[in-house]
Design a protein around this ligand. Structure first.
Ligand code: AMP
Length: 197
């Protein structure tokens, strides 16, 4: 089973992906995590992506599609993938469709996590405080100004994916304002139905 989690930054995609990994034996592929690893390693991709990420801009589609195409071939993805933070543009969505069609492993569902913007700002500030309290580094794009820009990018470049998947009959919205358990129960209900149909 392959699924996509889509939603603005701070909607809880990563948290829910971890829960789904355990429950369904799927592999979470977070393009944000993969890019941060490239930046930390100082690779050519990391050098191209780092500045864009820091500003909250998207990394070019071709780089992202190449990166994820390679990762999807790894054996740990054979049991199915949770795409977290990908696709983020309609062109990425089309590229993913083509890759999955080649493998004859279509998407089971696209889950949209909806969260109010005020709540996203609250969550960001909590995350920053918790990282500081724990003596951890705060991500360079985790500040209120960059979050606002990431939200604009989400609305202008990523939200157009929603009608794309809606017309394919795959889109399901879940209220991401609820607590973690309630959200994961709602997602599980959708996935159990998708698997059994
Ligand atoms: P995330 O951890 O998913 O919030 O991603 C952090 C940053 O990585 C984003 O703000 C983008 O700069 C970049 N990024 C992650 N995934 C993608 C993607 N699918 N397409 C373009 N840029 C991405």
């Amino acid at each position: 089973m392959n699924i996509i989690l889509i939603g603005p930054p701070g909607a809880g995609k990563g948290t829910q992906a971890k829960i789904l990994e355990n429950k369904y034996g799927l592999k979470q592929l977070s393009t944000g995590d993969m890019l941060r690893a490239e930046v930390a390693a100082g690779s050519a991709l990391g050098q191209k992506a780092g500045g864009l990420m820091e500003r909250g801009a998207l990394v070019p589609d071709a780089l992202i599609v190449d990166m994820i195409a390679g990762r999807m071939e790894q054996p740990d993805c054979a049991g199915g993938i949770i795409f977290d933070g990908f696709p983020r543009t309609v062109d990425q969505a089309r590229a993913l469709d083509a890759m999955l069609a080649d493998k004859e492993k279509p998407l089971a569902a696209v889950i949209q996590l909806t969260v109010d913007e005020d709540e996203l700002v609250n969550r960001l500030n909590t995350r920053i405080r918790q990282a500081q309290d724990a003596g951890q580094d705060v991500r360079p794009d985790d500040n209120e100004e960059t979050l606002r820009h990431r939200l604009e990018v989400y609305h202008s470049q990523t939200a157009p994916i929603l009608p794309y998947y809606e017309s394919a009959g795959l889109l399901q919205a879940v209220n991401g304002m609820e607590n973690i358990d309630a959200v994961s129960t709602a997602i599980a209900t959708i996935l159990d139905k998708a698997v059994s149909s």
